[in-house]
Design a protein around this ligand. Structure first.
Ligand code: SF4
Ligand code: FES
Length: 376
């Protein structure tokens, strides 16, 4: 147990306004069971959520999805956040209604835009995103963002199909006048977990892409900041997922569930509270799901006695569950985990296949299938 006196207030909220999206990326970290439009929170409830978040100490709101501009009230919600003094970041695919709503969003006080791109070339990008014509529209959208004076970050999720384009992706971000580009190796949750065998790059490809990022960081210093999310399957240590479970940020799903991280719903024994029934302050302090893996008291060895336990907080609970069947063990991305070798062998085997399986594209209603990689 963590006593409420020791629980710091959160600083960030990822507001998943909708799961609807014009793209169908197979690497999406959204859950297989997506919320439909009828399940989404209404405008008044989202406004209350943002007001409660501001009162709780939240500083940053990431307006996300799905595609957040699919919500007709996106401008009203953004204006409400701005009035509360919240820093707003729109996480968008830049297609659908995004461009048409951009000017009104800027007028409403939007602070920052994060645009996802799928690759550097239209052919690769549109195969991954599953939408013809999307790449050119994203380039137009980026021009529009910069013309409005909004700071732009470009985000690219990296996997087998686009890992050879990392250098060109960075160049494209520079050409788009982005201030920052995130080269984010795929994290295998939700749809990405389902498509893992189709997405996994080889270790040699992963290493080459990391070296390329390091070289580009030096070369482009002062022009663009390059963030790198390293591939867990080829790492020696895990990431402090979301800065540690229920330590700094939380998510609200389209239907109003409050989660410590985007994949938490995959952990079946946890009880998640809804904004329809509890305030955010109650949920942050007392929700059973938030307290399940908060801090270090829950940790077994090797984390319990490890001097990194307050650096990475034992890694990702959702990944531990997906790969070991137990959310309460050390993330297998850690070399001290007894599952580590098995995780790396899985990646080696999947990436070695010369013809990977076809994508299972993200759709609103997924066909049931057991999670891959879980022990029998
Ligand atoms: Fe982190 Fe646990 Fe590995 Fe230590 S043993 S490095 S705390 S995951
Ligand atoms: Fe849930 Fe990492 S995604 S803890």
């Amino acid at each position: 147990m963590t006593s409420s006196a020791r629980i710091p207030n959160p600083i960030g909220l990822l507001a998943e306004l909708t799961h609807r999206c014009p793209l169908r990326c197979p690497y999406c970290s959204n859950p297989l069971e997506l919320d439909n439009r009828a399940q989404e929170l209404d405008t008044a409830t989202w406004k209350r959520v943002f007001s409660e978040a501001a009162a709780l100490g939240v500083l940053h709101v990431h307006l996300s999805g799905g595609e957040p501009t699919a919500r007709p009230d996106i401008v009203e919600l953004t204006a409400h956040c701005a009035e509360l003094g919240l820093y707003t970041n729109l996480i968008t695919a830049g297609v659908g209604a995004a461009d048409a709503r951009l000017e009104a969003l800027a007028d409403a006080g939007l602070d920052h835009v994060q645009l996802s791109i799928q690759a550097a070339t239209a052919q690769t990008a549109e195969h991954i995103g599953g939408l013809a014509g999307a790449h050119a529209r994203k380039r137009d959208f980026a021009r529009h963002v910069v013309a409005l004076g909004l700071p732009l970050t470009v985000n690219a999720v990296i996997h087998r199909a686009n890992i050879g384009e990392v250098g060109d992706i960075i160049d494209l971000a520079v050409e788009m006048q982005a201030k920052r580009v995130e080269i984010a190796h795929t994290q295998y949750y939700g749809w990405a977990q389902r498509n893992r065998a189709a997405l996994m790059p080889t270790r040699a490809e992963a290493d080459a892409s990391i070296a390329l990022v390091e070289e580009a960081r030096e070369r482009l210093k002062g022009r663009i900041v390059i963030d790198l999310v390293v591939p867990d399957y080829y790492s020696a240590y895990p990431k402090p997922c979301n800065g540690g479970w229920a330590r700094r940020t939380f998510n609200v799903t389209p239907s109003g569930k409050v989660l410590p991280c985007h994949a938490a719903e995959t952990i079946p024994h946890l009880e998640f509270w809804s904004v329809r029934e509890h305030t955010l302050a109650e949920t942050w302090r007392s929700s059973p799901a938030f307290n399940a893996y908060r801090g270090t008291d829950w940790m077994p060895d090797p984390c319990r006695s490890c001097d990194r336990r307050e650096r990475d907080w034992g890694g990702c609970r959702c990944q531990a569950l997906a790969l070991t069947g137990d959310a309460g063990v050390t993330d297998p991305a850690c070399h001290k985990s007894p599952w580590h070798d098995r995780m790396q062998a899985l990646a080696a085997a999947e990436s070695a296949v010369s013809s990977p399986p076809a994508y299972d594209y993200r759709v609103m209603t997924a066909a049931p299938r057991p999670m891959e990689g879980q022990p029998a």
